[in-house]
Design a protein around this ligand. Structure first.
Ligand code: 5GP
Ligand code: SF4
Ligand code: MG
Length: 455
């Protein structure tokens, strides 16, 4: 998500902001703008540059805008955000990153009371709650609606008159504020600021609600019972290496994860290689600490999207093949230490071990810079269902056999916390969510809590 208020070319700023955030979702994209009088939006399935061209950008006039790239989730153009609702009492556009864990329940209640839904996305539930709230002031409507939803959500709302943003009371997904000239901007990741020449100001706090309008920025709270439970996978895999979360640079965190892994592991190898792009930082750290040369054992074809995000297993497997190739001269006859950031279903590791062996590697030792994932994520990251998680259903030795590796090592939970390096003052687990590794969810989970991604 990216949003901006008070800029003469809010549309293009949002386009460039989203360009930096494209890694967070490739299935659809939308931008809604306001010129102060009305809201206008364009959205479509695919990548940013497939959906928008100069003509479309020119047609969206704005001093304020919000944009969103979609990751996984329900298919269909209607489910692409921002959702835009026109109304004589004031229009609004909404975008949300995360997953509302009580969305099914709320939707059921709203439908019983006569609401009709046009989409399958949980974001529409929020729209209904906001519109139905009896409060007069826009921010009170939003506060009231947010007090009813539970789960992970970084939230943005655009009206003709203001941009409102909020962060869930557990702060599960990253969200920060920046400034470019006189305009304020908000982004899911700080890497968006560099491209548009904005200055990072600060992260949005859990439970915080911020209104940006012609009078400037107003900082409020909608929840006082806030804790920090930032998604650990943002550090491990999801965010871009040039972003910072909680003041910690992602590349540095990953490199430290690799260093810690090298201290914990007990294998001999001739070369260390990463799996482009997500585990390169960890592999560099590993090699540095282990004193083994880092080599480019695998290269990536840039013209294929992220394999994991492809919705079916078949497409995912084909994606891995199209995406990565071994560098034969680097791995031939060598004991290769292959560092990857995570094993979810095991698809990637298995393919790569085979690929390296076919290219002549003598041994392949798989080292993973995060602990085994044994629990599903209900907060918007597709680490799959319990049934599909390989570590939830197999012993370490069985996984090693399945992926055909000579050895397999995962980073410890304690090692991971230490390596990322957030302060213990941030709260439990240094203010991180670790649920997919430990099963301890920072929010309640209901029997009908939906997994946000479609299989
Ligand atoms: P697997 O192939 O084991 O199912 O997934 C692990 C691979 O997918 C790793 O190479 C990792 O970089 C990537 N990955 C891990 N977690 C996620 C995630 O939550 N989302 C996406 N899109 N990719 C992931
Ligand atoms: Fe992130 Fe895992 Fe928590 Fe989901 S369960 S928010 S992937 S740490
Ligand atoms: Mg990867």
């Amino acid at each position: 998500m990216f949003g901006i208020w008070g800029h003469p070319d809010a549309t293009r700023m949002t386009y460039y902001g989203l360009h930096s955030l494209q890694h967070r979702g490739q299935e659809g994209v939308g931008i809604v703008t306001t010129d102060g009088e009305r809201l206008q939006g364009i959205k479509g399935e695919g990548l940013l540059n497939e959906v928008f061209d100069e003509k479309k950008l020119d047609s969206l006039k704005g001093i304020g805008a919000i944009g969103h790239v979609r990751y996984g989730g329900k298919k269909g153009i209607e489910n692409i955000q921002p959702l835009l609702f026109h109304s004589s009492s004031g229009s609004l556009a909404l975008a949300q990153n995360g997953n509302l864990i009580n969305a099914n329940d709320l939707k059921h209640q709203l439908e019983m009371q006569g609401s009709i839904f046009q989409t399958n996305t949980d974001t529409e539930v929020l729209a209904h709650l906001i519109k139905r709230s009896g409060y007069l002031a826009q921010e009170d409507k939003v506060k009231n609606a947010l007090s009813m939803v539970k789960g992970a959500y970084s939230f943005m709302m655009l009206t003709e008159k203001e941009l409102i943003i909020a962060q869930d009371p557990n702060g599960l997904r990253p969200l920060s504020i920046g400034k470019v000239g006189d305009a304020y901007c908000v982004a899911a990741e700080t890497c968006a600021y560099d491209l548009i020449g904005a200055e990072y100001i600060r992260d949005v706090e859990p439970g915080e609600l911020i209104i940006i309008d012609r009078d400037g920025i107003h900082e409020e709270r909608f929840s006082l019972s806030a804790t920090h439970a930032m998604c650990t996978m943002e550090y491990v895999y999801f965010s871009r290496p040039d972003s910072d979360i909680g003041g910690i640079n992602i590349h540095t965190a990953r490199k430290n994860l690799g260093k810690q892994l090298a201290l914990e592991v007990n294998v001999q190898g001739d070369v260390v290689t990463g799996v482009p792009d997500s585990s390169i930082s960890a592999a560099i750290g590993f090699a540095e600490t282990a004193g083994i040369p880092y080599e480019l054992g695998l290269i990536k074809n840039r013209y294929v999207g992220r394999t994991f995000i492809k919705p079916t297993q078949e497409l995912r497997e084909q994606g891995v093949k199209m995406k990565l190739s071994p560098v034969r001269k680097v791995v031939e006859g060598k004991r290769v230490i292959m560092v990857d950031d995570s094993i979810v279903r095991g698809t990637t590791s298995k393919r790569i071990v085979r690929m390296l062996k076919q290219a002549g590697a003598k041994e392949v030792h798989v080292c993973i810079s995060s602990p085994p994932m044994t629990n599903p994520c209900f907060y918007g990251i597709d680490v799959s269902t319990h049934e599909e998680l390989i570590a939830a259903n197999h012993s370490m030795e069985e996984i090693r056999e399945i992926i055909e590796a000579d050895s397999l090592t995962f980073l410890s939970v304690e090692g991971m916390l230490k390596a990322i390096g957030r302060s213990e003052n941030m709260g439990k687990n240094c203010g991180q969510c670790m649920a997919c590794f430990t099963g301890e969810y920072p929010t309640e989970i209901y029997p009908d809590t939906p997994l946000p991604y479609e299989k």
